[in-house]
Design a protein around this ligand. Structure first.
Ligand SMILES: Cc1ncc(COP(=O)(O)O)c(C=O)c1O
Length: 353
């Protein structure tokens, strides 16, 4: 991972040297109003939709935000649809709150398969959970794909008391490559919640700071955010870390430049494709998800580790056998040193002569 921006370190030092009176006390469960107002302004500028601090709850990272939203929305036995491959922790988050995970395969290129999603929707479906930019594939869903999903959900919402919510895990929101633009779910579907984290954008995953925002265009926004503020308190973390909340407005739009990760993506992607690996070009986040050159991803990943000293994760850990995930959020030299190993593995398994 990159180091946090210099501005972050300076702002932290500023608070240590000149503490605000009362800055370590309890706060509103939704977080400091100043911080939420700052984020509401950012979201309003991004979307053209009128966000206020009342649409935002500060959370203990994206993990906290996802749990807060799921706890607020799910009743026992409610179903959550997730396009697969997927970030495996969702399964446990959903179980935490009595929900049932329904995995739906994506298309070959890991984009959304709407027909499969439609087939998976039942009376018990409460949420469609998407993650874009995506871990582990690096896919960014296009605006047209999300619009088609929104149309499908609107059609399915007819006659239902509560709509199917779109829960968007945007933990990698700022890490998008080339000229790709991350579509805004709020403009596309009214009953939507975005969960954002600073773990990756500021490279501070240990500090546990993020937020969840409800769409102001959704008629039931107040009811949902009220429930989320309550669950933020009762799930045990009570509120998001105070110091990090204080820091966010001082940072403005400062974040780790995606170009750093893009350079690493380009280095790894061009080498892997040259060696014959079948892999999609990531559009965001910092993962690559190639096919394994032999059937068993567990065997391949352990051979990569033992014979070539390269640490990767088997695809089955994300619900997709026959693939493996590489995290390229490491020093450039680590990627460079791995290339010889990937090349030898390609030769060993017949991708390269
Ligand atoms: C897709 C996805 N969602 C959520 C998280 C959790 O992020 P946070 O550190 O903000 O809780 C991660 C962390 O790797 C992730 O990859």
């Amino acid at each position: 991972m990159e180091e946090p921006p210099q501005r972050f370190k300076e702002a932290l030092k500023g608070f240590a040297l000149n503490p605000l009176p009362g800055m370590h006390r309890y706060m509103p469960n939704s977080g400091y109003p100043e911080t939420r107002r700052f984020l509401a302004q950012q979201l309003s500028a991004e979307t053209g939709i009128a966000f206020t601090e009342n649409h935002i709850v500060m959370t203990v990272g994206a993990a906290g935000g996802m749990n807060v939203a799921l706890k607020a929305i799910l009743d026992q036995g409610d179903e959550v649809i997730i396009p697969s491959p997927y970030f495996v922790e969702y399964e446990f988050y959903i179980e935490n709150h009595g929900g049932v995970m329904r995995l739906v395969d994506t298309a070959e290129d890991f984009t959304l398969d709407l027909a499969a999603i439609e087939k998976a929707i039942t009376k018990k479906t409460k949420i469609v959970l998407i993650n874009s930019p995506h871990n582990p594939t690096g896919v960014v869903y296009s605006a047209s794909a999300l619009r088609a999903l929104a149309d499908l959900l609107r059609a399915k919402n007819k006659g239902r008391q509560t709509p199917i919510y779109l829960l968007a895990d945007e933990a990698y929101k700022t890490i998008v490559f080339d000229d790709i633009h991350l579509p805004n779910v709020f403009e596309i579907y009214e009953p939507s919640i975005s969960v954002v984290s600073y773990s990756k954008s500021l490279s501070i995953p240990g500090e546990r700071i993020g937020y969840a925002a409800i769409n102001p265009l959704y008629a039931g926004a107040e009811e949902v955010i009220t429930a989320m503020i309550f669950t933020n308190r009762t799930l045990g973390f009570v509120n998001a870390p105070a110091l990090m909340q204080r820091l966010l407005p001082l940072l403005g739009t400062n974040h780790v430049a995606p170009s750093e990760y893009q350079r690493k993506r380009d280095l790894l992607y061009s080498a892997l494709t040259e060696y014959g690996y079948a892999v999609g070009k990531p559009q965001g986040a910092f993962y690559m998800f190639p096919q394994t050159p032999m059937k068993d991803d567990l065997v391949f990943v352990s051979d990569l580790q033992e014979s070539f000293h390269i640490l990767t994760v088997p695809g089955r850990g994300f619900g997709k056998k026959g693939y493996f995930r590489i995290a390229y959020c490491v020093d450039t030299e680590v990627i460079e040193r791995s290339l010889a190993g990937f090349k030898k593995a390609a030769k060993k398994y017949g991708l390269l002569r």
